[in-house]
Write a protein that binds this ligand. Structure first.
Ligand SMILES: C[S@@+](CC[C@H](N)C(=O)[O-])C[C@H]1O[C@@H](n2cnc3c(N)ncnc32)[C@H](O)[C@@H]1O
Length: 187
């Protein structure tokens, strides 16, 4: 069956990319927009690409303290855990009031925040889950900052933390909270 859609892929920085002005009916991002280094300018750029009343749909993490997976990983990393760098903070849009203000300023109305409270699955066994967590940018940077001995002890702590969240039925599962944000381009 054909849906009559034409799909074109473009690689670009959504903060500054020259989209066709008022050329789109919807903009969707899953766990991407938290990494904008200048969210006000970035969302204004996206707003300019949308038609009046077009939809914006975002999934972003709620604050760090509401996300068990992030607290657990940081606890295991201990002193090696570092504050996120600007433009690399997965929790930068977690404050709903602040984010609503950014979207309002960028030209969006009717902003809604829906609490998405779902488990995150890191793998069916411990080795798979450890590989996933070691692949996170913050985790790999933290481990790279340590001596070989400290890194090995830290990896062992990560493994113990993941083991505490393991079950035969579900594998390694931790709790998470994110916001499903919807808004409309102002007329
Ligand atoms: C955590 S990944 C999420 C990937 C995917 N959406 C998903 O849910 O599995 C973050 C994504 O945001 C993208 N991203 C971050 N900043 C961006 C920007 N300024 N413009 C376009 N994409 C960006 C990255 O390229 C990366 O693919």
């Amino acid at each position: 069956m054909s849906w009559g859609l034409t799909v074109r892929y473009e690689l670009g920085d959504a903060q500054v990319h020259r989209f066709e002005p008022a050329g789109f009916d919807v903009a969707i991002s899953r766990f991407g927009t938290m990494f904008f280094s200048d969210p006000a300018a970035a969302f204004a750029n996206i707003a300019a690409a949308l038609r009046p009343q077009a939809r914006l749909v975002l999934l972003v993490w709620q604050p760090h303290e509401h996300n068990e997976w992030a607290r657990a990983i940081d606890a295991a990393l201990g002193d090696a855990a570092r504050p996120p760098q600007p433009g690399a903070d997965p929790f930068s849009l977690g404050d709903a009031e602040a984010t609503a203000g950014i979207l309002q300023g960028a030209g969006f109305d009717c902003t809604r925040f829906e609490d998405v409270h779902e488990p995150v699955h890191y793998g069916q066994d411990l080795d798979a889950a450890l590989a996933v967590v070691r692949g996170f940018q913050d985790t790999s940077a933290a481990l790279a900052s340590l001596s070989d001995g400290e890194a090995a002890r830290t990896v062992e702590r990560l493994r113990e933390m993941l083991a505490a969240h393991y079950s035969d039925e579900r594998g390694v599962v931790l709790d998470s909270r994110s916001w499903l944000i919807t808004a409309r381009r102002r007329r």
